[in-house]
Design a protein around this ligand. Structure first.
Ligand code: GLN
Length: 485
């Protein structure tokens, strides 16, 4: 076997028909990851992958039909993995080997999935381009002079280039959906509280959520099925009855009401992106959905809220890296000197910028003016979404205002970089689920359609995305570089 099957579903069918073994799939993935030309991988855990694949083959031989059994996947390196180095893309965690795995990793292991290794990311998931990784940027397989998006760029590219069947990322302001859009795959952020954050390196705890990358909406739903559920180790997970997330995939959108928020089609969106997204929305209308022009008037303030709340939480979360408890230690003249030397050497410039911003927003005198006010506006943003969801079943928007931009194009302009997330971060602020799926190309580069649903309505969101996917071929697009490889 030279290539992995195109989806989890296809791979699973091959395995259960005994036309391939999990060990064979793992060997293909290990080899592809080992020669990956995009810098998508930080570590390939080949021996562990082989052992997991052998165990999966035994399970399949004894009749196990769980959909993820034997399927190779890629893990963003901000998710803790027992016995496998976890860096969060930072020098400060250099050499850190977690003594336990994140709940999401344990759940995938229990489902029989085979982890191939750890993927590159922006340091501590702070970024939209992967250029903030301490281990070099990831390249976009559609055009290697361009970024793949971020921060989960490594997992997005590993899926886009066919090196694994699915990947995990984390999404605090768009870090799954935006790289999915820019790399031409599907990527999804669950409702806040759906998925355990236990064992995931914390960035901004009220916004962070783990979610999958995949080739198809069904694959995304299958991974979510394994990830979702309450975890006693994470008090923010919701105890909800389990549900079949694939139940509405075939239902189509006839009779559904889809909102098109006018604030998501504004100046600054590239004409080619707008064209592809508008065409996608027309396709959903053609299938019988009713489109509603809706307004989310505070959308403009979402970026401001995000860049107060997120750095504030990050500055608190990152206080723990002190040269004593984890990874890197640079000796100073005394204890405080060691803290300073370690943090000065260990953190990159973007991480330092966020900690300074966050500490400032939380300091006496500014706390009320910035942090408290941002929390109030956050409540307004959430309420506007709630009001709209009383009238519509889902929202359809662009995922990102642009296609993949050039490596280096925005590195000296943090604000331009932050603006790339205008359409994704309101979803995190409101705690909602969102998915990005491929909906065409502009100038030869992929464009993403975002579908947003009300809290815990992932099945409805999948229903819309699957209806679009079924009628189009965009999810079958492959990057030219990966085709040539
Ligand atoms: N790009 C956004 C940021 O830099 C979002 C990152 C994320 O979702 N982890 O914060």
């Amino acid at each position: 076997m030279a290539e992995l099957p195109g989806s989890i579903r296809e791979a699973g069918d091959l395995l259960r028909a005994r036309r391939a073994t999990a060990v064979e799939l793992a060997e293909v993935a290990i080899e592809r990851a080992g020669v990956d030309p995009y810098n998508a991988w930080l570590l390939v855990s080949a021996e562990q992958a082989r052992a997991q694949a052998r165990a999966a083959d035994e399970r399949i031989a004894s009749g196990d039909a769980s959909p993820l059994c034997g399927i190779p996947w890629a893990c963003k390196d901000i998710i803790g993995t027992k016995g496998v180095e976890t860096t969060a893309g930072s020098k400060i965690l250099d050499g850190y080997v977690p003594p336990y795995s994140a709940t999401v990793v344990e759940r995938l292991e229990a489902a029989g999935a085979v982890m191939i290794g750890k993927t590159n990311l922006d340091e501590f998931a702070m970024g939209s381009s992967n250029e903030n990784s301490a281990f070099g940027p990831v390249k976009n397989p559609w055009d290697t002079s361009r970024v793949p998006g971020g921060s989960s760029g490594g997992s997005a590219v590993a899926v886009a280039a066919g090196e694994v069947c699915f990947g995990l990322g984390t999404d605090t302001g768009g870090s799954i959906r935006q790289p999915a859009a820019l790399s031409g795959v599907a990527g999804m952020k669950p409702t806040y509280g759906r998925v355990s954050r236990y064992g995931v390196v914390a960035f901004a705890s009220s916004l962070d959520q783990v979610g999958p990358f995949g080739r198809t909406v069904e694959d995304i739903a299958l991974v979510c099925q394994a990830l979702f559920g309450v975890d006693p180790a994470d008090a923010t997970t919701m105890p909800l009855p389990s549900e079949d997330l694939c139940r509405d995939l075939e239902r189509g959108v006839k009779g559904m009401r889809l909102g098109v928020p006018r604030e998501y089609f504004v100046k600054g969106i590239e004409p080619g992106v707008e064209r592809a997204v508008r065409a996608a929305i027309r396709e959903l209308e053609r299938q019988g959905a009713t489109l509603l022009d809706v307004s989310l008037p505070s959308t403009d303030h979402a970026l401001g809220v995000y860049y107060i709340v997120q750095p504030a939480e990050a500055s608190a979360n990152l206080a723990r890296y002190d040269g004593v408890r984890y990874g890197l230690r640079v000796e100073g003249p005394d204890l405080v000197g060691t803290y300073k030397a370690t943090r000065g050497a260990g953190f990159g410039p973007e991480v330092k910028r966020r900690m300074i911003l966050g500490t400032y927003a939380l300091s006496t005198g500014y706390y009320d003016a910035y942090y408290v006010k941002a929390q109030k506006v956050r409540t307004v943003i959430k309420k506007e979404f709630d009001d709209v969801f009383a009238r519509v079943d889902a929202l359809v928007t662009p995922t990102s205002p642009t296609v993949a931009f050039g490596i280096g194009a925005k590195t000296n302009d943090p604000l331009a970089m932050y603006l790339n997330d205008v359409f994704t971060l309101p979803v995190n602020i409101a705690g909602l689920p969102g998915i990005s799926i491929p909906c065409g190309v502009s100038e030869g580069l992929p464009v993403g359609l975002q579908v947003i649903a009300a809290s815990y309505q992932e099945a409805t969101m999948f229903r819309v995305a699957a209806a679009y996917e079924r009628a189009t071929e965009h999810h079958r697009m492959r990057p030219p570089a990966a085709r040539a490889a």
